[in-house]
Write a protein that binds this ligand. Structure first.
Ligand code: SF4
Ligand code: SF4
Length: 196
């Protein structure tokens, strides 16, 4: 059986929404008084004079991690560039004499104007050589070419900078970044083969 819902009677005052208008004005007045006399309670931030703390997981500007001797951990494997959906990473690989390192990036550019800050380059890197943990999220330049991060800019930091991000990006064992891990592993296999 259908339930009959009775519509309430609308009186003369309600037809003109006088009560609702007064209530709305009261809310506006309440906000005006609060904003004038208690600015510290404002839910807004006086940017750029005031800056909010950035959450740990925020993806900021990229940086290239360094080995102890200051050279980039990156071995120019191209995995980050291949996985980048915006095609904004440009790497030029070069040979290196060190037997522990296969290659190094002679050139490593990231075009910030194309980057969508997806973090896929960080995920793809097998050496933890690229991170996006710098608390830099606002970029302003006058020329398009100034938005290109060169290798020198990406390496211009200390590995120990941004300790707040350690929990987010745990450091990888150093030997892996030097290729010694694989070298020792191969030596072990060789020795075990000899014993057989
Ligand atoms: S954050 Fe995403 S778009 Fe930007 S360089 Fe890395 S993979 Fe490319
Ligand atoms: S940053 Fe990592 S993924 Fe990109 S080229 Fe270097 S080693 Fe490979």
């Amino acid at each position: 059986m259908a339930k009959i819902v009775h519509r309430p009677e609308i009186n003369f005052l309600r037809k003109f929404y006088i009560k609702e208008v007064i209530l709305g004005l009261f809310v506006t007045l309440k906000h005006v008084i609060r904003n004038l006399f208690f600015p510290e309670k404002l839910p807004t931030v006086f940017y750029p004079e005031e800056k909010k703390e950035i959450p740990l997981a925020t993806r900021g500007r990229h940086r290239l991690m360094k080995r102890e001797d200051g050279t980039p951990r990156c071995t120019a494997c191209m995995l980050c560039a291949t996985n980048c959906p915006a095609f904004c990473i440009h790497i030029k690989a070069a040979e290196v004499d060190d037997p522990y390192k296969e290659k190094y990036p002679e050139k490593f550019d990231i075009d910030l104007l194309r980057c969508v800050f997806c973090g896929l380059c960080v995920e793809a890197c097998p050496l933890d050589a690229i991170r996006m943990d710098m608390p830099l999220i606002t970029f302003a330049e006058y020329k398009r070419e100034d938005f290109v991060l060169t290798k020198e800019i990406l390496l211009d930091h200390d590995n120990e900078d941004y300790p707040h991000a350690k929990g987010y990006n745990p450091p990888k064992p150093l030997e892996i970044t030097h290729g010694i891990h694989h070298f020792e592993f191969l030596k072990k296999i060789k020795n075990s083969t000899k014993q057989i």
